[in-house]
Design a protein around this ligand. Structure first.
Ligand SMILES: [Zn+2]
Length: 476
């Protein structure tokens, strides 16, 4: 029997990992097994603990990995997979491959830092606490990556091929359209990964990659994300309010701290700040981009111009690389980061991780959250159970490095920057399908989001839809 098994992002938004098994034959030969995405679980402990569990099939019997995009909740378990013995090819688009080459080692570095911190403070039940994987192990996995350009069909094994189709989510993102020969003919499985905003620029100001997921798809089985399955993004332009918040914070001598994913979201935000400064809507204060990969991230962003939206193309032509802008400083080293942390003058600090689950943003927030003159601006999704979620939801304190930090700073969130289609946008995309899938499984959503989208799709489209459960196997 050929099947899909949902090893992650089922009942939650992280840990994307779907096993496709082509089924053995009558001679007892096992089928081919591939993983679509290989992401880290993030957020609450009960999910993160799953990062330590072995997959239900021996790692050495997984033949290939096909990645949809570089976000760690889709790619961050690859170093662990390789550490455990995987030696097959890892397919990704060229931009995804470039992004993984900085994101995965950085993730290894963070895993090591976490383990060291727990050992130092003896907070772990396991002594010594070990990293899930190290910086070096993450670097070692990069040799298994192979670039596949969108729209080329890659034959994986006899009877199994795939092609990437545009997802319009982040730089390099793509859906995986898998064609599997079956006894009755062939079956097309479409794994969406994360789905970007719809075509209309007005609805998604500041959109970096070309907008609109590929239209006119057909699939027998659709495995679709549902992050915003029960929500709608605001459609107004965030820039006037953003400028006002930055002006007010500067006016009271405060600093603006922006947790942002280091790649793309950060660059998009920097271009927006640049425009606000050039048009005189905000003052020219120092902007610090603080991440070990700050400079490389800009370089990768500038390299993949084939991915740009028209708006991004215009901004890049007008302003050139952020690395050349006088008010913008890129901190790669720990010393540079510490200097930013100690600066007293009004400034804007953009740092990762975007959901405040780790990284240098922790130091900046520990420092700035207790003072009312400062402002924290969220420009990205905050998964339940993350510190970002806690701060954003109006809590009076948050735990950082084991200490309770009072939250007195102003907290503002903008939903317009999302790289995920919202519920109406998802439906708009689904209406473009040429062939209705026989079955649809919803993944990558909190339970309320997935089940609401499931209902709406059933009612409005008449499709057969169900919410995928963790470890569930479904026949193909
Ligand atoms: Zn993503």
């Amino acid at each position: 029997m050929s099947y899909i098994q949902f090893l992650g992002a089922a009942g939650t938004v992280t840990g994307s990992k779907h096993l496709v098994n082509t089924g053995g034959n009558s001679t007892g030969k096992r089928g081919f097994q591939i993983l679509i995405d290989c992401g880290l679980f993030q957020g609450p402990k009960q999910w993160r603990e799953r990062n330590w569990q072995d997959p239900p099939v021996p790692v050495g019997q997984i033949d290939a990995v096909v990645l949809t995009h570089a976000h760690l909740d889709h790619s961050g378990w690859i170093p662990r997979l390789v550490k455990e013995g995987f030696r097959g090819p890892i397919y990704a688009t060229p931009a995804t491959m470039d992004l993984c080459s900085i994101l995965l080692p950085d993730s290894g570095h963070l895993q090591e830092e976490d383990a060291a911190f727990y050992n130092q403070h003896q907070k772990s039940k396991h002594t010594p606490a070990l990293p899930l994987y190290t910086f070096e192990q993450a670097q070692a996995c990069l040799e298994y990556f192979q670039p596949i350009s969108p729209d080329t069909t890659k034959q994986l094994f006899p009877g199994l091929s795939f092609r990437y189709v545009r997802a319009a989510h982040i730089l390099g993102s793509a859906m995986v359209e898998l064609t599997l020969k079956t006894s009755g003919g062939s079956s097309r499985l479409l794994f969406t990964g994360d789905i970007g905003r719809v075509r209309n620029q007005e609805l998604a100001p500041g959109k970096v990659v070309h907008s609109g997921p590929e239209e006119g798809e057909t699939a027998d089985i659709l495995v679709m994300e549902s992050t915003y399955g029960n929500r709608q993004h605001p459609t107004d332009d965030p820039r006037p309010q953003l400028a006002a918040v930055i002006r007010e914070t500067g006016g009271r001598g405060g600093t603006v701290v922006v947790p942002a994913f280091a790649v793309e979201r950060t660059q998009k935000f920097l271009f927006m700040l640049k425009e606000l400064m050039e048009s005189g809507q905000i003052a020219r204060v120092p902007v610090y981009c603080d991440s070990p990969m700050a400079i490389q991230a800009v370089e990768i962003f500038m390299k993949h111009s084939e991915e740009y939206s028209q708006e991004t193309q215009r901004l890049v032509t007008q302003y050139g690389s952020p690395l050349t802008w006088p008010d913008f400083q890129f901190a790669s080293t720990v010393e540079e980061s510490k200097r930013i942390s100690q600066s007293k003058d009004p400034s804007i600090i953009v740092s990762s991780s975007g959901m405040v689950t780790g990284g240098r943003i922790l130091h900046h927030l520990a420092q700035r959250l207790p003072e009312a003159k400062n402002t924290v601006i969220f420009i990205g999704f905050q998964a339940q159970g993350t510190r970002g979620f806690t701060i954003k939801s109006g809590a009076s304190e948050v735990k950082i490095f084991g200490e309770v930090v009072p939250i007195r700073a102003q907290v503002v969130s903008f939903e317009q920057f999302s790289d995920h289609a919202d519920a109406p946008e998802l439906l708009e995309w689904l209406w473009t399908f040429k062939g209705r899938p026989t079955r649809t499984y919803l993944v990558h959503g909190d339970p309320e989001a997935s089940s609401e989208l499931c209902d709406v799709m059933g009612r409005k489209l008449g499709w057969k839809v169900q919410v995928a459960r963790w470890m569930e196997k479904v026949e193909v």
